[in-house]
Design a protein around this ligand. Structure first.
Ligand SMILES: [Zn+2]
Length: 490
């Protein structure tokens, strides 16, 4: 029986976010130590769920010391990062031997003590596991892959969908490659390619008409060649001021020369897709012009406030788009969410039905996204818990922290206690709002919302209302990225 150590530490870090990410931030999504992770995640659309299924199919003996995933945010606190590494490596330090170590990672994680968290972790795991053990990792499509990660691992691949809905599927695929080696297949080699650029293929969106589906077809063709096992396209994460920023390619090959050729070919294709990356997005005024065309009974127009998207590691507290919606006098509209625990407390003290004065949001980056002074009616107070209806994260319980819903004019505003990227319809339903009946929805997201909101929307629009996840990259102060780099330099 093969012994496999499985662990997850998943965090996408926006290095422009000044607030450290701690264990309690992970707990709003999940942080499970030991077997608890298996009970909670085995039937979910997660990598851990997929690996548990595979372990059953292949008869692996599984050890699962940690499964932790947080919403993107600022660098992880030093002490919590030390704890993560301690938990994941404890079985090996205690002398346990494993045939494979499989890590579920993001690939764009930064901590207070490491600009390349996954590289550090994989190197430590490799040193402890020895050269004979397989070291494999699954990554998010937005991984900034480092040389350290590549040299420590035998197998790495990322998702092929954005919105990301193939976590479980990718884990099953990775598990099969690991089992192939257990069954005697030649041990593969990882080949990596990169060209200095910050974004490609419109951030990896896999909807029809985008460049990514064509690039993935090319990857499929390449995977059928002799000596190639897997071709993985990482789009990278641009809001991270690190040396390894940007789109990159990983090819897993038994023939290294063929692997190198394939990696360079795919990287060139990613480079050529850069002009299809949208760098200018709608301004709030344009969005309002579109929203005002909505009539009662229409399906909702969904406006995505992506420059303050917590899934891009932003503060999730910018009222800029909401302010535009209020000034436009929209009716039958709702906004999710403004992260502002202080305002939630004010609403709780006042109670449902009361009128409150709030200085709403705008605390993270007031120079870009100042607070909103409003007087509003408290409609609903809730615990902020919801179980995702899916398809993304289907079945997983998330928390917005304590929430208050307030009404100002024709707009219901969900105020959360933690930054909340809106991917699921149950964000609204959990506080008594039926998103399908709204004329206009404003939400914090860039692309993930489309999996659930696309089917109920008359249209979706990405709005750049300012924030630290804006695509106006020239306005952010990078100091560690390599130069020259596209699109900052010509
Ligand atoms: Zn991603």
């Amino acid at each position: 029986m093969k012994r496999v150590l499985l662990a997850e530490i998943m965090h996408e870090t926006n290095t422009f976010n000044r607030i450290a990410t701690t264990k309690p931030d992970f707990e709003t999504r999940y942080w499970h130590e030991g077997l608890e992770a298996a009970f909670v995640l085995k039937d979910t659309n997660t990598e851990i769920g997929g690996f548990i299924e595979a372990a059953g199919d292949y008869g692996w003996e599984l050890m699962l010391p940690l499964a932790a995933s947080a919403s993107p945010s600022g660098p992880m606190a030093a002490s919590d990062w030390a704890r993560v590494k301690e938990l994941i490596t404890a079985p090996m330090r205690a002398g346990e031997k494993f045939d494979a170590i499989i890590l579920v990672l993001h690939g764009s994680m930064v901590t207070e003590t490491s600009l390349d968290a996954e590289g550090d972790l994989l190197s430590e795991v490799r040193a402890l596991a020895g050269p004979d053990a397989m070291v494999a990792a699954t990554l998010d499509m937005h991984a900034n892959v480092s040389r350290e990660m590549v040299s420590a691992a035998d197998l790495m691949m990322c998702y092929r969908t954005y919105p990301h809905v193939d976590q479980r599927e990718r884990a099953l695929h990775m598990a099969r490659l690991v089992q192939d080696v257990f069954d005697g297949a030649p041990r593969p080699k990882l080949v990596h390619a990169r060209i200095p650029m910050m974004d490609a293929a419109n951030h990896g969106q896999t909807a029809p008409g985008q460049p990514m589906p064509g690039l993935l077809e090319l990857a499929d063709v390449i995977e059928k060649r002799d000596g190639i096992i897997c071709a993985s396209l990482q789009i990278g994460f641009p809001w991270s001021d690190v040396a390894d920023i940007g789109p990159n390619v990983l090819v897993t090959a038994t023939d290294e020369t063929a692997g190198r050729r394939a990696a360079d070919e795919l990287m060139q294709a990613l480079w050529e897709s850069r002009h299809e990356t949208q760098l200018e997005f709608a301004r709030p005024q344009e969005a309002m012009a579109l929203a005002l065309q909505g009539r009662a009974g229409d399906m909702p127009l969904v406006l995505a406030d992506f420059a303050d998207n917590p899934a891009g590691g932003a503060y999730g507290d910018s009222p800029n788009l909401l302010r535009a919606m209020l000034e436009a006098g929209l009716e039958n509209a709702a906004f999710a969410t403004i992260s502002d625990p202080d305002s939630v407390v004010v609403c709780q003290k006042a109670g449902e039905g009361a009128t409150v004065r709030l200085k709403l949001g705008g605390k993270g980056a007031p120079e870009l996204t100042p607070p909103l002074d409003i007087e509003a009616e408290v409609l609903w107070l809730a615990d902020g818990q919801y179980v995702c209806a899916g398809p993304m994260w289907q079945g997983v319980r998330f928390s917005m922290g304590l929430v208050a819903v307030v009404r100002k004019g024709g707009i219901d505003i969900i105020i959360s206690s933690v930054p909340t990227a809106v991917m699921d319809l149950n964000v609204f339903r959990s506080v008594g709002i039926d998103p399908e009946k709204l004329t206009t929805i404003g939400l914090k997201s860039r692309n993930h919302f489309k999996a659930a909101y696309g089917p109920i929307a008359r249209d979706t629009l990405l709005v750049d209302a300012g924030g630290i996840a804006s695509m106006r990259l020239k306005e952010l102060n990078y100091s560690r990225i390599p130069r020259p780099i596209w699109p900052l330099d010509n």
